[in-house]
Write a new protein. Structure first.
Ligand SMILES: [Zn+2]
Ligand SMILES: [Zn+2]
Length: 477
């Protein structure tokens, strides 16, 4: 499905009210709104999803691996190691099991709070690590409670199964649970309910939404766990207990940050399939001319729908930006000529000819001037500088007109050695001054078929290319 107004762009949103599909650039995206709005009727749009448009998670593994090395993340890891060290010392000095357990719980809950923040942030399409403060404001305590409840439910189910079916139940049960773990954690993080995280129907729908790539997700998650187990066994074996404590928790946090950034990105990639909303502004590309592209796309929508006032408003918005003033005003002039609105055309034209760098776009300025005069014969640019630029261009034009007279040579003169050059000059005139690329192309094709070789050849071919691309541009707008 492609955009109704930009037939070469993939449609991203759909308006039920208007029954129209829009591309990313031609809808209204406002911050803090659940979905973009339809330009035409202002209702919220429905997303077609991004799973086939963003880089799939299996091509982003190196980014997940680098995630813990971002400044925010390794600062967290260092702080976490510090806390683990202190808590390790405390547990050595206070030999009361209850207090030791509470301290351990505190340590876990800090880690859990952080990795779940990583997941929910990545689920919004943002792969920059959260700071420690950001993670603390996240409700880490309740997340810890939910993770504990989740573990209790899973272990409880295991016990019940063991008592009913005997020891043969344990291995398959562990296999199923470990296969379902990525789905359970994604559901828990996104929906924040243990009941949905352990609901077999919800887990199955999550796996189904992701499809075959879920196997990859499970595989990567499994590999990370294996790496973690290896790291833990090595640390336990080689290091004294006091030092091992911070190291163990740092390794745990490190591997879980990698894992949860991947889970979060999966939730982002499949958010529509999984049934989650998403901040649509994260989908906009932040490149330099992105804003221009978006505004021009909106203009296209309004013009094609015949809503010229709205189109003008957007164009004047675009003209505010110095980089786009020329383009926006030129469009405004043409738009008003098409609408047969002299006041609007002249207002835009006067703004256009105030451009201090008009001489650098002399040919375009003359072309536009001719169009305006054909529509409104009394039009004259207000400032002297603009008139000088136009006069200069017209002199150039008159010279070319002389050339044109020369090119209308009678048939018997066709063998003239200068003929190819005259034809080339004529074609150039048609294209650059008369703005008639079709005529220029006709001339060039005739020239290149009758006189394919000679000094004029390269120049003629170049000009033909320019004319062709201009025609393509015209037909696509
Ligand atoms: Zn579009
Ligand atoms: Zn609509």
């Amino acid at each position: 499905m492609n955009c109704k107004y930009h037939t070469h762009e993939k449609a991203q949103w759909y308006c039920h009210q208007c029954d129209i599909s829009f591309c990313l650039n031609c809808c209204d995206i406002n911050q803090r709104e659940i979905a973009p709005r339809c330009l035409l009727c202002r209702t919220h749009l429905e997303s077609y999803g991004v799973s086939d448009k963003v880089t799939p998670f299996w091509n982003k593994l190196s980014e997940f691996n680098k995630y813990p090395w971002q400044e925010n993340a390794y600062k967290f890891l260092l702080t976490y190691m510090g806390i683990a060290f202190v808590i390790g010392l405390l547990t050595d000095f206070i030999p009361i099991t209850m207090i030791q357990l509470l301290l351990l719980l505190a340590l876990y809950s800090i880690g859990i709070g952080y990795v779940f923040t990583v997941l929910t942030k990545a689920a919004r399409g943002k792969l920059d690590a959260p700071s420690y403060d950001e993670a603390l404001t996240f409700n880490s305590d309740s997340m810890t409670g939910k993770v504990i409840v989740l573990y209790c439910v899973l272990i409880g189910n295991g016990f019940i199964g063991y008592h009913i079916f005997g020891s043969g139940f344990i291995l398959p049960y562990i296999a199923v649970v470990s296969f379902a773990t990525p789905a359970m954690l994604i559901v828990l993080a996104m929906e924040k309910h243990v009941t949905s995280a352990v609901n077999p129907a919800r887990i199955a729908s999550c796996v189904k939404a992701i499809g075959w790539p879920y196997l990859l997700l499970f595989g990567f998650s499994f590999l990370i766990d294996t790496g973690l187990e290896f790291a833990q066994s090595q640390l336990h074996f080689w290091l004294p207990q006091a030092v091992a404590y911070p190291m163990l928790f740092a390794a745990l946090a490190y591997f879980y940050i990698v894992k949860f950034s991947m889970f979060g990105y999966v939730a982002f990639q499949y958010h529509v399939e999984l049934g989650y909303g998403i901040d649509s502004e994260n989908l906009i590309d932040g490149s330099d001319n992105a804003l221009e592209k978006r505004l021009l796309a909106k203009v296209d929508v309004f013009i094609q729908e015949g809503r010229f006032e709205d189109a003008e408003e957007v164009l004047y918005d675009l003209a505010q930006d110095k980089k786009h003033t020329v383009k926006a005003l030129e469009r405004l002039v043409r738009l008003n000529i098409v609408r047969k609105n002299p006041t609007g055309a002249i207002k835009a034209a006067n703004n256009y000819y105030q451009n201090p760098k008009l001489s650098s776009i002399g040919i375009e300025a003359l072309r536009l001037y001719q169009e305006i005069v054909a529509f409104e014969p009394h039009f004259k640019p207000m400032n002297a500088k603009a008139r000088a630029v136009l006069l200069n261009q017209m002199k150039h034009k008159r010279y070319l007109e002389d050339v044109k007279k020369l090119t209308s040579v009678p048939e018997k003169m066709q063998s003239d050695v200068n003929l190819p050059w005259l034809m080339l000059a004529h074609a150039r005139f048609e294209s650059e001054v008369m703005n008639d690329d079709a005529n220029a192309l006709k001339m060039l094709n005739k020239l290149l078929s009758k006189h394919p070789r000679g000094g004029h050849q390269t120049e003629a071919q170049q000009l033909r290319q320019v004319c062709q691309s201009m025609q393509q541009k015209l037909s696509s707008t």
